[in-house]
Design a protein around this ligand. Structure first.
Ligand SMILES: CC(C)(COP(=O)(O)OP(=O)(O)OC[C@H]1O[C@@H](n2cnc3c(N)ncnc32)[C@H](O)[C@@H]1O)[C@@H](O)C(=O)NCCC(=O)NCCS
Ligand SMILES: Nc1ncnc2c1ncn2[C@@H]1O[C@H](COP(=O)(O)OP(=O)(O)OP(=O)(O)O)[C@@H](O)[C@H]1O
Length: 203
C-alpha cells in the first residue's frame, strides 16, 4: 500500500474539474483522473470494450473498432438500467486502476479527480476533499458548448449525479469556478500552499 497523501477532487459535469486539475498539474502534482482511467479501461482490445460490444452490439463501435462514446452516452443516459449495467462493469475496473496509479504517485500529495467521488463513497480514502463548484446553469452551458450534447442528455447526466448541495456538504475545500480561468488558477495556487503547510511538505 502506498503512503501517498490523496486529495479527492470532484464536481458535477462541466463544473471545471479538468481546468482545476490542469492548474494542480502545472504545480507538479500528480493527477489521477477517473475520466481518463475510464477511457483506458475501454481502449481498443480491452476486456472492458469486448464486454460492452457483446452487451450493446457491434453498432456501439466506430469503424476504427474504438468505442463510439457519443452513441453510448446518448443511450445510457436515456436508459437507467443500461447505465447501471455500464457502471457495474466499469466502476470496479476504474477503481482498481486508480489505486495502482495512487501507489505509483511520487509527488508530495496527489489529486484523485472523480466525478462520482461522493456518490460512490470514495471520500474515505481521501485526506481532503475539494469540490469544484459553480451554478447548475453554468455547468449546463459549459457542458453543452464542449460536448455538443442535447440539453436533455446533459440534464439526465446532472440528475444522475449528486446535487450541488450534497456535494458541497462533503467538501473540506471549495474552488469557486464562477470567474475567469485565471481566478481559478489563483485559488488553486493558494490551496496548494495550504496543503504544503498542513501536510508538512517542503517544496
Ligand atoms: C458513457 C460514456 C462512454 C460517455 O463518454 P464521453 O466521452 O461522452 O464522456 P466522459 O467519459 O468524458 O464523461 C463526461 C462526464 O460525464 C459524467 N459521467 C460519465 N459517466 C457517468 C456516470 N456513469 N454517471 C454519472 N455521470 C457520469 C461525468 O461528469 C464525466 O466527467 C462514459 O462517460 C463512460 O464510460 N461512463 C461510465 C464510466 C463512468 O462512470 N465514468 C465516470 C468516472 S467514474
Ligand atoms: N472559469 C472558466 N471560465 C471559462 N470557461 C471555463 C472555466 N472553467 C471551465 N471552463 C470550460 O468549461 C468546460 C468544462 O470544463 P472542464 O472540462 O474543466 O469541466 P469538468 O468538470 O472536467 O467536466 P466533465 O465532468 O464533463 O468532464 C471546458 O470547455 C472548459 O474549458
Amino acid at each position: 500500500m502506498s503512503n501517498a497523501i490523496v486529495v479527492g477532487l470532484t464536481g458535477g459535469i462541466g463544473s471545471g474539474k479538468s481546468a482545476a486539475t490542469d492548474a494542480f498539474a502545472q504545480l507538479g502534482i500528480d493527477i489521477i483522473d477517473a475520466d481518463q482511467v475510464a477511457r483506458d479501461v475501454v481502449a481498443k482490445g480491452s476486456e472492458g470494450l469486448t464486454q460492452i460490444a457483446a452487451h450493446f452490439g457491434s453498432n456501439i463501435l466506430l469503424a476504427s473498432g474504438e468505442l463510439d462514446r457519443a452513441a453510448l452516452r446518448e443511450h445510457v443516459f436515456q436508459h437507467e438500467d443500461e447505465k447501471q449495467w455500464l457502471n457495474n462493469l466499469l466502476h470496479p475496473m476504474i477503481r482498481a486502476r486508480m489505486l495502482a496509479l495512487i501507489a505509483s504517485s511520487t509527488s508530495g500529495y496527489c489529486i484523485l479527480s472523480v466525478p462520482l467521488l461522493v456518490e460512490n463513497n470514495m471520500t474515505a480514502m481521501c485526506k481532503r476533499v475539494i469540490v469544484v463548484d459553480c451554478p447548475e446553469s453554468t455547468q449546463m452551458a459549459r457542458a453543452m458548448t464542449r460536448d455538443g450534447s442535447s440539453k436533455q442528455t446533459i440534464a439526465n447526466i446532472m440528475a444522475s449525479q449528486a446535487s450541488r448541495e450534497t456535494r458541497l456538504a462533503a467538501a473540506d475545500d471549495v474552488l469557486h469556478n464562477t470567474g475567469s480561468l485565471e481566478n481559478l488558477h489563483k485559488q488553486v495556487s493558494a490551496l496548494h500552499q495550504h496543503y504544503l503547510e498542513i501536510f508538512c511538505l517542503n517544496e
